[in-house]
Design a protein. Structure first.
Length: 357
């Protein structure tokens, strides 16, 4: 839904109401309209964390606010699959949430046969596109300018869908060539999320801020009414001494020289890991492993989300620190879902809801 008419209609209604009340005001009457907002308890810890980000959020929004209002948002995805079987989630399509954690290189090829929707996080989108592994949408929420634009700069994006935050830097949309659907956010107890974003983007769906793009993609899968949510490449740590999955870049020069278009990069993971400060060792799915302290917070948020929303989540990452979620080997999980999912119908419904036809 286009939010621009909603904003214009609200402004017009306000002018009409004020004009009608003016005669009463001139006679000394005091009349106010609207419903007082509910009192909210401030989350001071979250407010302190917001001090780092709020300026960047506001800058990013201001630079292309009219474009955001004129674009579609994720509203049509709400309960997209919920009506298939309102009482039994096993009848709904599964959704794979794919990150670019170190273990992605172990089992990424199994995603070719995944019988459901596939949501790729920003960096994982390149790893899948380079291998010609199909997926249904990219999820991006990082607000840092120039941080993820390069990840999303490749020609194939013209046929892809980006589900993204209103706070993402505009340079992403200069690089991205496909369709874009926006989402707002909520973080109860903080002024920016409680009082600013709802006014800037009235009616726009607002998932919770849970720290990282993988957690946001899980929320989107739940928002669509997914049955099983399958995690792939979601290590939240440094599996096998690698800091991430191997990287890829699109060789634009290869278009002229007939060389390979996609080139796989093999980072010096040992050197990258040595430079990473603040590492800690925790229990992983395959024994002790190193991770980064913020990842523990992201993990806790994911666990809480799964519990509160009663989500059916299986961890097929085959590495990492998500030790408290049900685990499975991705190949076995794919086989088990073949006879219960409605992948073709789910993809068609998703394309229709996102304007792809």
């Amino acid at each position: 839904m286009n939010a621009l008419p909603t904003v214009a209609a609200e402004a017009a209604r306000e002018r009409v109401v004020n004009a009608a009340l003016e005669p009463i005001h001139t006679m000394g009457g005091k009349v106010t309209t609207g419903v007082p907002p509910a009192a909210r308890e401030r989350n001071w810890q979250a407010e302190d964390e917001m001090q780092v980000w709020v300026g960047e959020y506001v800058r990013n929004i201001a630079l292309h606010y009219p474009e955001i209002l004129a674009a579609p948002h994720i509203g049509p995805l709400r309960e997209l699959f919920g009506a298939w079987d309102a009482l039994d989630k096993t009848g709904r399509p599964s959704v794979a949430v794919v990150g670019a954690g170190p273990s992605l290189d172990r089992n990424v090829e199994e995603l070719r046969a995944f019988p459901g929707l596939v949501l790729a996080t920003d960096r994982a989108a390149r790893a899948l596109t380079a291998r010609a592994i199909p997926f249904d949408a990219v999820v991006a929420v990082d607000p840092r300018a120039h941080h993820i634009a390069a990840m999303l700069d490749y020609p194939e994006s013209c046929n892809q869908i980006l589900l993204t935050s209103v706070c993402v830097a505009p340079d992403v949309f200069e690089a991205w060539k496909g369709r874009v659907l926006y989402m707002s956010h909520q973080n109860p107890g903080t002024q920016f999320f409680d009082c600013v974003l709802p006014v800037l983007f009235p009616g726009m769906p607002a998932p919770y801020v849970l720290g990282n793009v993988g957690n946001m993609a899980v929320q989107l899968a739940a928002y669509m009414g997914a049955g099983k949510i399958v995690l792939v490449g979601q290590d939240y740590g440094y599996t096998g001494g690698k800091i991430s999955a191997d990287d890829w870049y699109f060789n634009y020069d290869g278009i002229e020289s007939s060389d390979k278009f996609w080139v796989r990069l093999l980072p010096d993971h040992a050197a990258l890991l040595a430079r990473r400060t603040g590492k800690i060792t925790v229990d992983g799915t395959d024994g002790p492993m190193q991770t980064y302290p913020p990842y523990l917070g992201y993990r806790a948020s994911l666990y809480e989300l799964v519990k509160l929303w009663n989500l059916d989540v299986v961890n097929c990452t085959e590495g990492g620190i998500l030790t408290d979620l049900p685990r499975a080997v991705l190949k076995d999980c794919v086989k088990s879902l073949h006879y219960t999912d409605k992948a073709g119908a789910a993809r068609l419904r998703f394309r229709e809801a996102t304007g792809g036809g």
